[in-house]
Design a protein around this ligand. Sequence first.
Ligand SMILES: *[C@@H]1O[C@H](CO)[C@@H](O)[C@H](O)[C@H]1NC(C)=O
Ligand SMILES: *[C@@H]1O[C@H](CO)[C@@H](O)[C@H](O)[C@H]1NC(C)=O
Ligand SMILES: *[C@@H]1O[C@H](CO)[C@@H](O)[C@H](O)[C@H]1NC(C)=O
Ligand SMILES: *[C@@H]1O[C@H](CO)[C@@H](O)[C@H](O)[C@H]1NC(C)=O
Length: 175
Amino acid sequence: MSSRLLFPVMAVIVIVFLQAAAGESEMNIVVYMHDNLTGRHQTSFPVAGLNGSSSNPGKFGTLVVISDAITKRPYVNTNPGNIVGRAQGTYVNTNPVTGLDFFMVFTLIFQNMEYNGSTLEIQGTDRFDQPQCEYAVVGGTGKFRFARGYAVVTVESASGPNAVLKFNTTFLVPS
Ligand SMILES: *[C@@H]1O[C@H](CO)[C@@H](O)[C@H](O)[C@H]1NC(C)=O
Ligand SMILES: *[C@@H]1O[C@H](CO)[C@@H](O)[C@H](O)[C@H]1NC(C)=O
Ligand SMILES: *[C@@H]1O[C@H](CO)[C@@H](O)[C@H](O)[C@H]1NC(C)=O
Ligand SMILES: *[C@@H]1O[C@H](CO)[C@@H](O)[C@H](O)[C@H]1NC(C)=O
C-alpha cells in the first residue's frame, strides 16, 4: 500500500480507538466462590477422566463440572443479601507431571438485585502451587455486555478439598 493511501486508514483507526476509550468505564467486583468437592453440600463433581467419574480431580485429565455458590462475603450464610449467584462451568486438570494446573472455564451468573440475570465469562489457568492466579474476563451479558478484563484469584480458606476462592474482578464495559 502506498503511503498516500496508508495515512487516511491510520487516521480512521485512531478516531475509532479514542471513541472506544472515551465510552468505557472500569468496574470492580469482588465475590467468593465456594467450591465443594465433598460433603453434604457438594457443588463440584468429577464427571470424566482416566478412571471415569471416579477419577481424582488432582490427577491429569479429570474433568469437573461445577455449580458453586458465589457470595459477597467469604462465609456462607442464608442471608439473601450475601448470595450473589452461581459459578457454573467446568475445570479440567491439565498437568500430567504435578497435577497442580487446572484449565478453568465457567460463567459467573449474578442473581442478586443489582445485576440479576447478568453474567461474566471467566477463562484461565489455575496453578495450585502459586499464591495467586489471574483468569481473564472474556465477555459478559446483560449489564456486562462487551466486558473484558481480569480476575485476581486467591484461596480465602480451605477445608480438605473444599475451598473458598476470592475473585477480585476488574473489567471494562461500555458506559
Ligand atoms: C462447603 O463445605 C464446607 C465444609 O467443608 C461447609 O462448611 C460449607 O458450608 C460448604 N459450602 C456450601 C456453599 O455449601
Ligand atoms: C485411577 O485408578 C488407579 C487405581 O486405583 C489409580 O492408581 C490412579 O491414580 C487413578 N487415576 C485417576 C486419574 O484418578
Ligand atoms: C431475579 O430475576 C428472576 C427472574 O426474572 C426473579 O425471579 C428473581 O426474583 C430476581 N431476583 C432478585 C433478587 O431480584
Ligand atoms: C481488588 O484489587 C484491587 C487492585 O487490583 C485492590 O485495590 C482492591 O483493594 C482489591 N479488593 C479487595 C477486596 O481485595
